[in-house]
Unconditional design. Structure first.
Length: 331
């Protein structure tokens, strides 16, 4: 069944679940939590992400369950966090940049070259220094961040190599419509064009944009190799995806259920990362074998990194600057 038909078939059931969860209602098996993302069934954030969380909760047998809705079934990626804040969706996988629209400092997690690698990102998230931003996010939104998952390093794709910041000149590069992503474009010398995630393939196919930037697993899952010839390994962002839960949902769970849910999400973090990295290796190997996309591995990363650091240290202010400096000090 294609994604559209599958979504249409599931929406009536989803609506019933949302109604039950949003009003605190339980079924005979206990609370049913809806867990959404905007990725395909085969993306690691589904098969090694939300589906694994649901399986861990089921194994714990703590009197509640998690039902998963990948592929934007419960709304576009730009809509679902608002539904989490209102309690209509219980849990969501959201990029830090998207969450920055509700609490600006959290978006700095997605600043270009903020982290050196995934280990750096995880160690900071788990540190005492991160507690203030997580608490500030909860106070501002009413939603709780349970953990951060690795999304993969973001790289450029285009129909030509991108080795230096100068190579971005004249290219219309798709960036998500959020302040930190647009700041990333400026920091690296790109001319951004904002396009919704669900519309990127068509924009590339029709030539309304010349390139985009995403992790390898996403490039593959959304078939961008059909409309782009080169992937340039800029590694300009250590992708972070926050696992958020509605504050209303969290308060409805018992202490034991809260512990089970927290443990399930955190336990999946390393499994999810391994799945992302395995998927990336398989994709790169397949591209090399069939020539679907040329991988450019001689990108001048230091030129991009130096430019981005200089930009953010001179343009960020207040809490955002303090957070970015904390990232760099912890490297």
């Amino acid at each position: 069944m294609n994604t559209g038909l599958r979504a249409a078939a599931l929406l009536p059931a989803a609506a019933l679940l949302l109604t039950a969860c949003g009003t605190g209602g339980d079924d005979t098996d206990g609370p049913v939590l809806t867990f959404s993302n905007s990725y395909t069934d085969e993306h690691p954030h589904t098969r090694c992400g939300i589906d694994l969380v649901a399986a861990h909760v089921e194994e714990a047998d703590a009197g509640f369950r998690v039902d998963t809705f990948p592929g934007s079934q419960l709304g576009d990626n730009t809509e679902t966090f608002a539904s989490v804040m209102s309690g209509d969706i219980d849990m969501d996988v959201q990029g830090s940049a998207a969450l920055g629209s509700a609490h600006q400092p959290i978006g700095v997690f997605d600043a270009a070259y903020a982290f050196d690698d995934a280990d750096h990102m995880f160690s900071f998230f788990d540190s005492e220094a991160a507690e203030a931003v997580k608490q500030g996010f909860e106070e501002a939104t009413g939603a709780k961040i349970l953990d951060v998952w690795y999304f993969g390093d973001r790289h450029f794709t285009a129909n030509q190599p991108i080795r230096t910041p100068a190579d971005l000149s004249g290219l219309r590069m798709r960036f998500p419509d959020s302040p930190i992503y647009l700041a990333n474009a400026e920091a690296m010398g790109a001319s951004p064009t904002t396009v919704a995630f669900e519309e990127v393939y068509m924009a590339l196919q029709q030539g309304t944009v010349d390139g985009q930037e995403n992790p390898i697993a996403t490039v593959d899952a959304d078939n961008y190799s059909e409309v782009q010839s080169h992937l340039s390994l800029s590694g300009h962002q250590i992708g972070s995806q926050m696992i958020v839960v509605s504050g209303q949902t969290w308060e409805r769970l018992s202490e034991t259920q809260q512990e089970v849910l927290q443990e399930a999400v955190s336990q999946v973090r390393e499994e999810n990362r391994a799945c992302i990295e395995e998927a990336e290796a398989e994709v790169l190997s397949a591209w090399e074998a069939d020539g679907a996309m040329e991988v450019v591995d001689d990108v001048d990363v230091e030129a991009f990194r130096a430019r981005a650091h200089e930009h953010f240290l001179s343009t960020l202010e207040g809490e955002e600057l303090e957070l970015y400096e904390a990232f760099r000090e912890s490297a």
